[in-house]
Design a protein around this ligand. Structure first.
Ligand code: URA
Length: 273
């Protein structure tokens, strides 16, 4: 079976059930299908496009910038499928809008994290690149997210993320009947010692695939758990994360226009003159 070929005109991709022309370049990637609808409720002209398994997609616009959001489900295998297929239908800028557990005890539940890169604790990227290959967020996305958070006065932290396919043992939570092992007991401390700021399940895959395919990606998280002090509140921070994410995409769209006008490939601050 050939899977890497370009979709034919009008052909829907197998999992996401979208075809070329259905979505704009700018795509948010929350894990949770319900968060796609929540994001779409903040846009103009929000429109349901497709639903299949964990993949649900809406499009719309924010301050004149055309956007879409596709849910990825949980973990590296699921997000790799979404990214592979969204690229084939024309996406070239991704922002994961996820929830996360913070590792630093002073990092507040309800605040947001902008990821600068991820430790590859996932499974899927083993099929894509050698273990030493980095999982880095795109610098334009990071910079635009900082600008958006500053502008909206949202409390944010910048830092490295750990991505794992395991919510329980892989994130130092006991399994069924308290099952644990040596790895699970030591991983939180090992990551904290090297200044990783949060844990989640999809960003390393998004970053590796985006580097390989030459597109932009970043992650903005709502902190719903603090693993150092035990706080957990599953809804806090999501509204602010969505506001910052929308604004980030809008800023990127503005910067893309500046780049185009000046015939530049990359954004740098003096382009704002
Ligand atoms: N998502 C995760 O993967 N871990 C958390 O602690 C919270 C959200």
């Amino acid at each position: 079976m050939k899977t890497s070929e370009e979709p034919k005109v009008g052909q829907e991709l197998y999992h996401i059930r979208l075809k070329k022309g259905d979505i704009p370049r700018f795509v948010f990637l929350p894990g949770d299908p319900a968060r796609v609808k929540l994001m779409a409720s903040t846009w103009k002209d929000a429109k349901f496009l497709s639903e299949n398994r964990e993949y649900i997609t809406y499009s719309g616009s924010y301050r004149g910038t055309k956007l879409a959001a596709t849910s990825t489900g949980i973990g590296s295998g699921a997000i790799a499928i979404a990214v592979e297929e969204l690229l084939r239908v024309g996406a070239d800028t991704f922002i994961r809008t996820g929830t996360t557990g913070a590792l630093l005890k002073d990092l507040k539940v309800g605040s947001i994290i902008i990821s600068t890169g991820a430790v590859r604790g996932d499974g899927a990227t083993k099929a894509y690149a050698i273990p030493e290959y980095p999982a880095i967020a795109n610098f334009e996305v990071i910079l635009a997210a900082i600008e958006a958070a500053e502008k909206l006065q949202v409390d944010y932290t910048l830092g490295l993320t750990y991505s794992t396919d395991s919510f329980y043992l892989g994130q130092s939570r006991p399994g069924f009947r308290g099952y644990t092992n040596e790895y699970s007991r030591r991983i939180l401390k090992e990551l904290t010692d090297v200044k990783v700021v949060n844990m989640e399940m999809e960003s390393s895959t998004l970053f590796v695939l985006s580097s390989i395919y030459g597109v932009r990606a970043g992650s903005i998280f709502a902190v719903i758990a603090n693993r150092a002090n035990g706080e957990f509140e599953h809804k806090k921070g999501i509204t602010n994360m969505i506001k910052v994410a929308n604004e980030t995409m809008h800023i990127l769209a503005q910067w893309d226009k500046l780049k185009e006008n000046d015939n530049k490939r990359y954004f740098y601050p003096s382009l704002l003159k």
